[in-house]
Write a protein of this length. Structure first.
Length: 333
């Protein structure tokens, strides 16, 4: 007899796969590898300040941003776990300029490609605010065994097999979708496993929280400015609140649970915005839609964007569907 009904992440994925008898089980192994790396990164994050993982690594990444030691460490941990696991044939990462090909004898027959932002919210690492990891899983298009191509890694968001994020917050949680809703698993450090804590998450249809970097206000297009004005000028009855940490994972996670809109618009100095399609926008858009929300660039659905470069950026508006609709109505004038 089971004394309680704790469901581990592994059990959950196995149960989901058993509904698809044709599934090979390889996706479970990808989650096993992601989970393992997440636990290592979690350990390192929790020790930050005690061991030498804070601060700059002394390099800049392909996008010209300062790389932190933890960015680098997380990138290596996820790469290593996914390589040793044997079920991933290539990785694209915010911290890697090109495709990271995995060509070991173990991985030669693997079909999955991972896109990842190994450490999201770098500016918050040194100040002890929540940070995260974001990932997407794609199935390769070219035949197994051949070198992975650009076409394999530059797939539309609608092709994602799975996506998720890990938030290293007041607790450590993994939020995932395999296209059958959104579920969240909290790391129980005493047993060393992620346990289902938030089954079938649905984002509230409407919300009261808007999350945007207000310092860029003067450089936003007028429709976005008008929407921000609308939120700022809400009456007591409507009472919108501004909440912005500067870690997409944390800002997104709060809005997913409480209802809200997360925005990173284009600005006159950054015409495509800041967030990266393959590493940030697509996985979060997939989760948003699976939770009943909407994710758009203001002009089109994020998941329909045709990627042309590994590190391309796009404007992002995602969250409660009624809020995203309202925002779009301002943009469309
Ligand atoms: P990363 O740390 O992976 O580079 O991502 C940081 C991103 C995202 O997490 C966050 O929403 C955004 O940058 C914050 O940017 P601003 O500081 O410009 O608001
Ligand atoms: Mn990021
Ligand atoms: Mn990052």
């Amino acid at each position: 007899m089971r004394i309680n009904q704790v469901i581990s992440l592994s059990q959950f994925i196995a149960d989901q796969q058993s509904k698809h008898p044709e599934a090979s089980g390889d996706l479970s192994k990808i989650f096993r590898d992601i989970k393992f790396a997440a636990k290592i990164v979690n350990r390192d994050v929790r020790k930050a300040g005690l061991v030498d993982v804070l601060g700059a690594h002394g390099t800049v990444n392909v996008q010209g941003e300062e790389v932190k030691k933890l960015d680098m460490l997380a990138n290596e941990e996820f790469k290593s776990s996914l390589t040793l696991g044997g079920d991933c044939c290539a990785i694209i990462s915010e911290e890697e300029e090109d495709i990271h090909h995995i060509e070991t004898t173990l991985n030669v027959n693997s079909k999955y490609i991972i896109a990842m932002d190994p450490l999201d919210g770098s500016s918050n690492i040194d100040v002890n605010a929540s940070i995260g990891t974001i990932f997407s899983v794609y199935r390769r298009i070219s035949p197994i065994g051949e070198p992975v191509t650009m076409e394999d890694v530059l797939q539309k968001g609608t092709n994602q097999v799975a996506a998720g994020y890990i938030i290293y917050g007041s607790s450590t949680m993994m939020v995932i979708t395999t296209g059958q809703g959104v579920n969240a698993f909290t790391l129980d450090a005493s047993i060393g496993d992620f346990c289902l804590s938030h089954p079938d998450i649905k984002i509230p249809k409407d919300g009261k929280i808007y999350s945007i970097n207000d310092g860029n206000y003067d450089r936003f297009e007028s429709g976005v400015q008008q929407y921000v004005d609308y939120c700022r000028n809400s009456t007591v009855k409507e009472a919108y609140s501004a909440r912005y940490i500067g870690s997409m994972v944390s800002d997104f996670h709060r809005n997913l649970l409480k209802g809200g809109i997360f925005m990173y618009p284009a600005s006159s100095d950054a015409p495509n915005g800041k967030l990266r399609l393959m590493f940030e926008s697509n996985p979060m858009a997939f989760i948003t839609e699976q939770a009943g929300g909407k994710a758009t660039t203001g002009a089109e659905r994020i998941l329909d964007l045709e990627p042309t470069e590994i590190h391309q950026r796009n404007p992002v508006f995602m969250g409660s569907p009624d809020m995203v609709d309202k925002l779009e109505s301002f943009i469309k004038g």
